[in-house]
Design a protein around this ligand. Sequence first.
Ligand SMILES: [Zn+2]
Length: 481
Amino acid sequence: MKRVFLVLITIVFSLGIYAQPKYVFYFIGDGMGFNHVRLTQMYLAELQEKIGCEPLVMTSFPVVGIVATHSSSNPITDSAAAGTALATGKKTANGVLGLDDENEEVYSIADTLKKIGWSVGVSTSVSIDHATPGAFYAHVTKRSKYFKIGTQLADSDFDFFAGSSFLKPIGKVRKDSLCLYDLCEQKGYAFARGYENAQELLDTNKLILIDHNDGLTPSQLGKGRLAYGLEKQDTDLTLAKIVSTGVEFLSKKEKPFFFMVEGGSIDRAAHSNDAKNTIGEVLEFDSAIAVAYNFYQEHPDETLILVTADHETGGLALGKKKHFLNLKVLDNQKVSVDSLNNAIKELHAKLGAKIQYKNVQELLTKYLGFYTNIAISKENDALLQEKFNNIKQNKDKNVKTLYSEVYELSNLAIKIINEQAFIGWTTNSHSANPVPLFAVGNGAENFGGCIDNSFIANKLTELLCPPLPQDSTVTVETEEE
Ligand SMILES: [Zn+2]
């Protein structure tokens, strides 16, 4: 009997059934609360004339958790404190990256795994020095120290980075100051500008993939993000292309890998209370998760995929009218509030004092379906015209949110379409609403239930370091004798 039992143990260990995952994907949707996911699912259902939820890749995962996001300093976190908790398992104060409340450096799961021989990838749809990616490699008292964060990226020795670019590639002007692009090259990184270029550089030792449209040189600073899903062209770099490049690059190392992927612009869209852009960014994020899920299907016993968020943004609520939603009205919105605003701005610059309200109404029809597909009440039209007059008379008070500054007119137009969809927002900032966690693969069962954001990295450390024996055949046979 003892012999049979030991043989069974031998087989189990030999098959690697109890071994820890070799490939770990850690997806973080910046600002993605439960309702951002649900909004996207119910919008997709309404487009098909259905009431309910269309499945996303992430919502098909078998394990679901509810994650608390408060920081050590505030009930409502920012991305730096939340990123630090998600990356290191340690709570810290808002604004702080990779340091604890005693100002001691705390190290991320990516750092720990790199030290024990794993390959590491860190990527985002915004800049690679932003709070969430930074939490995996940087240690700074203020998340806005972008140049310093960039120098710490260069020193990280991680294998793969990807995002739009650096926000601050040159530090304070000093004679010896180096541009971050040069510094990273000195540390052995190759730069790929765009997806096609990256395909030519897959055999390099360490790779940084940046957007060919964004900030290629220090003097050409771009938007600090990839194109929005709502507005992207086929040739644009996307988060899904980043994940497929990263998987290919990291697989070539023939080592276990850890790959963090941030959907960074869900937060931006939600700061602007722009529901349609929020949906577009959740779908971009889900497309990137789909790439990892395909990899998981090829390596189901060796892969773990975690999807969560750093905090909720906007206090998004689904419902402002008794028992009704009208999400499909958002199908009329073709661009983000920022691009709508740019279109109005360009027209104003072109026509100058000759600009008339009807010119702006034409743009509202083109980009939002106003007056043709969507009826605009007399009251709302009067309000829009009042905001237009403010622009014409240089009396417009721009509406400024964390990542965007638009005319009151553009802000109002998006508010009107959100109201028609019966969607509510409580804030232009973050909320304490819990965020979801979805998990699939080897070890996924450890991440369900009501958890704190610091739990995830601590549990990953417990599961992955030090590695369990891959094959205990020899040990068991010795005991048998
Ligand atoms: Zn935010």
